[in-house]
Structures are given as structure tokens and as C-alpha cells.
Design a protein around this ligand. Structure first.
Ligand SMILES: CC(C)(COP(=O)(O)OP(=O)(O)OC[C@H]1O[C@@H](n2cnc3c(N)ncnc32)[C@H](O)[C@@H]1OP(=O)(O)O)[C@@H](O)C(=O)NCCC(=O)NCCS
Length: 300
């Protein structure tokens, strides 16, 4: 890397420069239009957008996303390098290092583009900067052209308090096949991870009133069904079964209920992600008529 590179966050006066970079076609999630929208919504910020300068000329750019009400950036949405930069990897790694961990880098793609050099180089920079856990997530979509799945005849669904959800999140994290959950539990313990999940789901734009706990007819907790939304529209926030109730196909009952609740609220498209390695969840989405349409690559 050029020893002379200077790293700093964006100033208001950099806006035109940043927008010019983001208007180039790329694998980045961030476009110029998205940058302006998210800046207005406070999910992109000047102080979360990092620039690398070689003298007076812009050499590199990193755009980070966070919750509008959050106090730190959580996910990298874009890495850009000037054509003059021969090997962008060291510069990108240094840009990523400017933001304290834990942090994630999400790249949206399709299976055929998985090994595109544009993606490979960005993931290499992320790994060099310490985001060494790599996770491939399948993206699923249900649309109203698909019939609604049958609603559960063996579970009862009820709203619950934050404390009850935190307890449930803690219980379902045991033996989870979800990479982010396992990483979070290993890093900070099951209780802290459950509380963080609770806060994160509450910051999503989907109404909190839609969340449900599921019980069997003897009154025992089965799991959680969290219809939600992100900036792109309705999503399956979370579906999870407590360890002692796994293996009865209840994940399908929870996903069916989540789908029903969102459809009843007017959703015509519902999106969801799950790790490619979470085979029971992958099978559940496919059984209920969710279509796999894309990949999300996550370095954390
Ligand atoms: C994924 C999950 C919801 C599946 O729930 P489920 O109701 O047990 O699913 P199924 O009954 O359809 O399971 C299918 C098979 O996978 C097995 N299985 C389910 N969860 C498993 C787990 N965490 N670890 C190992 N095996 C598991 C089941 O025992 C069953 O095996 P079998 O066919 O030999 O009986 C549940 O594992 C869970 O809550 N995990 C933690 C949260 C999570 O990963 N949610 C999805 C995030 S999008």
C-alpha cells in the first residue's frame, strides 16, 4: 500500500465526489440513489463513510450501514477503488479496519457470479481486516402468486413481553445452526446475545406487535415467529424452535404463521435469508413454497 494514503471520514463537501464513485456499476449494494436515501434516513452517515486519499485524489471509499437509531455502523455496504490503484486489497483492508468490530460485510449476488474477481478481492480485503468468518446465506422469496401455506393446527401463537422474548431467544440459541448466532454466543454468551438480538429486531421497521411465541397444546414453549420488515419490505425476521422441541417439523408451522401474519398485513412479497448450512431451515423454506432467488455472502 502507498505509505502516503490518508484515511478520514466524509465531509459534507465530499458528497459529489462520493456520488460519482457510487454511480459506477459494481457489485456494491450502495448506488448513488441509495446513498442519498440512506443518508437522509440516518442509516448511512458522514461519520460512517470512510475515504482514502492519495494526496489530493480520492483513492478509495468504504460505505457502512447502521440502524437509524443506532450509535455505530454494523455492516459494510460498498468498497470502491480508483482505477489508478493497482492492488486495492491492502487499501480496502485498511479502510475496513477504521471501524471497530464486531462488524459485517454483506455482498448480494447470484450463484453464477459467486467467483467474480470483484467479489473475491473484496472478500480477501475483509479477511485481511479480521472479518475471517465467511458465511453463505440463501435468499428466499414468497410472493402472493404462491398459495399461503396451511396454518398450524397443533400450535397456539401469542404476543409476549420483551423479557419473554429475550428468554426465548436465549433458549433457541442452544445448538443453533445459524452462523451469526453461534458466533455471537461464543463471543459474548447466550444471554447478552439474546438481549442484543432483541434490541436489533426492535430497531427493524416491522411492527413489534406482530411478534409471536408459539406453544404446544400442553402449554410448553415451542419457539418464536417474528414477522418483520427491513428497508426493502416485509421479511421473516426470525423463526426458531427450542432444542427439546426440534425434529417435529415445527419450523414449518412457525414459518407458515409468519407468512400468514405478513400476508394479512398486505405483504405481496416476503423475503428471508438463511445460512446455506442450516439444512432444516433451508428444507423448511423450500417446503413452504419460498423460492431461492439469490445469495448473500457475509464476512464477519
Ligand atoms: C432451524 C430450526 C428452526 C429447525 O426447527 P425444527 O422444527 O427442529 O425443524 P425440523 O423438525 O424440520 O428438522 C428437520 C431435521 O433437522 C434436525 N434439526 C433441527 N434443528 C437442528 C439443530 N439445531 N441441530 C441439528 N439438527 C437439527 C431435526 O432433528 C430433524 O431431523 P430428523 O429429520 O432426523 O428428525 C431449529 O433448528 C432452530 O430453531 N434453530 C435455531 C434458530 C435458527 O437457526 N433459525 C433459523 C434462522 S433463519
Amino acid at each position: 500500500m502507498e505509505a502516503s494514503l490518508l484515511f478520514r471520514t466524509m465531509a459534507e463537501s465530499d458528497l459529489d465526489l462520493v456520488l460519482t464513485c457510487l454511480s459506477e456499476p459494481s457489485v456494491n449494494t450502495t448506488t448513488d440513489a441509495r446513498f442519498l436515501d440512506h443518508l437522509a434516513a440516518h442509516s448511512y452517515r458522514h461519520e460512517w463513510t470512510w475515504l482514502a486519499f492519495d494526496g489530493d485524489s480520492l483513492a478509495g471509499l468504504a460505505v457502512w450501514w447502521g440502524f437509524p437509531a443506532g450509535d455505530r455502523p454494523l455492516a459494510l455496504d460498498a468498497l470502491w477503488a480508483a482505477p489508478a490503484v493497482a492492488d486495492p486489497v491492502p487499501m480496502w483492508a485498511e479502510l475496513i479496519r477504521q471501524v471497530p468490530k464486531p462488524a459485517e460485510y454483506h455482498i448480494f449476488t447470484i450463484p453464477e457470479s459467486r467467483d467474480d474477481p470483484e467479489i473475491v478481492l473484496r472478500l480477501r480485503a475483509a479477511a485481511d481486516a479480521g472479518l475471517t468468518t465467511f458465511n453463505e446465506r440463501f435468499r428466499y422469496e414468497w410472493t402472493s402468486a404462491t398459495p399461503l401455506p396451511d396454518r398450524s393446527a397443533r400450535l397456539r401463537f401469542a404476543p409476549a413481553t420483551d423479557d419473554e422474548f429475550a428468554d426465548a431467544f436465549e433458549r433457541v440459541s442452544v445448538g443453533s445452526l445459524d452462523v451469526a448466532t453461534r458466533e455471537g454466543v461464543a463471543r459474548q454468551g447466550a444471554r447478552a446475545q439474546a438481549l442484543e438480538d432483541l434490541e436489533d429486531y426492535k430497531m427493524m421497521p416491522g411492527p413489534r406487535e406482530l411478534w409471536r411465541l408459539a406453544f404446544d397444546f400442553s402449554g410448553k414453549l415451542v419457539g418464536v415467529a417474528l414477522p418483520s420488515a427491513n428497508a426493502g419490505g416485509p421479511v421473516v425476521g426470525y423463526v426458531a424452535v427450542v432444542p427439546e422441541q426440534r425434529g417435529h417439523g415445527y419450523a414449518a408451522d412457525l414459518l407458515a404463521e409468519t407468512t400468514w401474519i405478513l400476508a394479512a398485513g398486505g405483504a405481496t412479497v416476503i423475503r428471508a435469508d438463511t445460512d446455506s448450512t442450516n439444512t432444516p431451515m433451508v428444507a423448511t423454506f423450500e417446503r413452504l413454497g419460498y423460492r431461492r432467488f439469490a445469495l448473500r455472502l457475509v464476512a464477519s
